[in-house]
Design a protein around this ligand. Structure first.
Ligand SMILES: [Zn+2]
Length: 323
């Protein structure tokens, strides 16, 4: 806009009534982040620069859509933009995404974020799980040295589900069976001494050797020494996979053995996760991996910013650097 036009625009502001001024203020606030968000999205895309349909690297510009550059692939001829085939495709209100991701860094509830951002809570609920889809995958691929592992259990929850396969239980209720049953969801956590953490929802019921092999084996570096409690499943797993293993017999009052081996870090992590999860008043079991990823990224990055989270949500993890 030319300077003279802009001065003319400013001069008309005086003529606005109270309602119009507040509408203008809201519009300006909502506009403010949109170019920045688009720029972050385009930059994350430029790094990859491939057609999301066929992975070809050659495309040409083909107009704009939803404020983003549109491309047409030279190989498959399909059109796409930087969000095509990402979990953020077709989400609206880009101008509010950074503000929402700031709410993620504050562990905001769906209701509070909706109220702060002036959007419907269905929107903040949808955003939560879309943004976390790829963020949760951004985890360590190898744990090194002394690595603690332990499992914890949560009662399954059908929160938000239309179909309930059992009688409703009071929120936060107790299981109808004693011990670990198929009503409990197993969460396996492993953490090394550099605080790299991996989490897995292994399914219903107690942990088994097969599940440990499936989840832990691929991420344990050959130099890893696994520390667990006296659950014989860990011993059987380590024995058959040739992994060094130390056992802390917690039920017999052991805390630390040989002056170095304990499972206190992983148990403290369980405890922090469950306390943090409490603010959401019960979460659906199917979304548990998202919450684990959310908690992990908060644990790992002390100076987490909305921009870092947006890059991670777009599958570009290189912007996250350990603090
Ligand atoms: Zn293509």
């Amino acid at each position: 806009m030319k300077a003279s036009e802009f001065l003319e625009l400013i001069s008309t502001v005086n003529k606005l009534d109270h309602h119009q001024r507040s509408l203008l203020a809201t519009t300006l606030t909502e506009l403010s982040d949109e170019p920045k968000v688009s720029e972050l999205i385009e930059t994350a895309f430029d790094i990859k620069g491939i057609c999301p349909h066929c992975s070809n690297t050659e495309s040409y510009r083909h107009g704009l859509s939803s404020g983003l550059q549109r491309y047409r692939c030279k190989a498959c001829k399909k059109t796409f933009n930087a969000l095509t085939k990402t979990p953020l495709a077709h989400l609206r209100y880009k101008s509010k995404w950074l503000e929402y991701l700031n709410a993620i860094t504050e562990s905001s509830t769906v209701r509070k974020a909706a109220s702060d951002l002036n959007v419907h809570r269905n929107t903040t609920f949808r955003w939560r799980h879309r943004f976390l889809t790829w963020i949760k995958q951004d985890r360590a691929t190898a744990l090194h040295g002394i690595t603690e592992a332990d499992e914890t259990y949560l009662l399954e929850s059908y929160k938000g589900s239309r179909k309930l396969e059992r009688k409703p239980r009071k929120r936060g209720g107790s299981a109808s069976k004693r011990g670990i049953s198929n009503e409990q969801v197993c969460i396996l956590i492993a953490r090394d001494r550099s605080k790299q953490t991996v989490d897995f929802v292994t399914g219903y019921g107690a942990i088994t050797k097969k599940l440990l092999t499936e989840h832990l084996k691929p991420i344990l570096d050959p130099d890893a020494l696994l520390v667990s409690d006296s659950n014989p499943t860990y011993n059987a797993f380590c024995h058959s996979e040739g992994i060094s293993h130390e056992v802390v017999n917690i039920s017999q009052g052991q805390r630390v053995i040989k002056g170095a081996y304990h499972v206190q870090n992983v148990n403290a992590y369980h405890s922090r996760f469950k306390t943090w999860l409490g603010r959401f008043h019960g979460v659906a079991t199917k979304y548990l991996p998202n919450y684990l990823g959310w908690c992990r990224v908060m644990d790992e990055f002390q100076n987490l910013t909305p921009e870092m989270l947006l890059n991670s949500a777009l599958g570009d993890f290189q912007h996250l650097t350990v603090t």
